[in-house]
Design a binder for this molecule. Structure first.
Ligand SMILES: [Fe+2]
Ligand SMILES: [Fe+2]
Length: 276
């Protein structure tokens, strides 16, 4: 099974690039399942219902989020109507929406997607490790799901690596999001779980994390907010990873980065372009 994962979409630049490219990429890579992180899709902050619908229509099977999920307050309501939108699983009990779901990939296999959020250098949440553990106990690899993908939305690489080792051999992949900067540590852990600390963002890299440079720079220089953060509007780089999963075991055979368009060096997962 081939899974395509795209990191945080930032504003119009990242969103439009993904909406335009995704139908073609799905076909070109013969991807069976696509997950995108949409927490910054609406003007850099949160997600709206029309944007969610556009992403799903373009070919996203699941849209994950993170700490920005409620920036557009309407998401607190419409998340209840959308099975394919996830918020972090370790938010307080009673929070609207859900943090995990089981979805059909192309040709039938069941993919469990879990969205969790880290606690290091981030706002308070419940324990992501125990939350993920409960989910894996309820729906394990090859007992409940044919593949398990975890979007771990976290700041600290230490916490991301630790969670990946915590589930090594029990999940197909742990993909980090939130920092917006792609890391070069993609690997398959000893138990067979694919891992990368951060998939990077889909957005304009002539920016500070996808935001127009001026205001972040001014805040670093003066410590005085003088305007709202606004997304940078130059050409986006679509950042993500491709994961090849062994259908027999549900574990990973390969993981490789994807970077298309914009300013970053360009790369595609070679195994997505080969036959069979
Ligand atoms: Fe983000
Ligand atoms: Fe985030």
């Amino acid at each position: 099974m081939r899974i395509l994962f795209l990191g945080d979409l930032v504003g119009r630049s990242g969103r439009q690039a993904v909406i335009e490219a995704l139908p073609g990429l799905r076909q070109r890579y013969r991807a069976d399942f696509v997950v995108v992180n949409g927490e910054n899709a609406a003007g850099g902050f949160g997600i709206t219902e029309p944007i969610l619908t556009e992403l799903i229509d373009a070919g996203a099977d699941v849209v994950t989020t993170g700490n920005h999920v409620w920036d557009q307050r309407e998401a607190l309501v419409f998340i209840e109507r959308h099975d394919r939108l996830l918020r972090p699983i370790n938010f307080a009990p009673g929070t609207p929406g859900k943090g995990a779901g089981l979805y059909k990939a192309q040709n039938g296999p069941d993919v469990l997607v879990i969205n969790a959020q880290g606690r290091v250098f981030m706002s308070d949440t419940d324990d992501p490790f125990r939350a993920v553990e409960r989910e894996l106990e309820a729906c394990g690899l090859k007992t409940g799901a044919d593949a398990i993908l975890i979007d771990f939305h976290a700041e600290a690489t230490s916490e991301k690596e630790a969670l990946a080792h915590f589930v090594d051999g029990r999940a197909s992949a742990v993909i980090g999001t939130h920092t917006h900067v792609p890391t070069a540590d993609e690997q398959i852990l000893s138990g067979g779980t694919a891992y990368i600390s951060d998939a990077g963002m889909c957005g304009d890299f002539d920016s500070v994390l996808g935001m127009d440079k001026e205001e972040p720079l001014s805040r670093f220089l003066t410590q005085i907010p003088s305007a709202r953060f606004a997304p940078a509007l130059g050409e986006a780089t679509i950042c993500g990873v491709g994961i090849d999963i062994d259908d027999a075991t549900g574990l990973a055979r390969a993981i490789a980065p994807l970077r298309l368009g914009g300013r970053l060096s360009q790369t595609e997962p070679a195994f997505f372009l080969s036959e069979a």
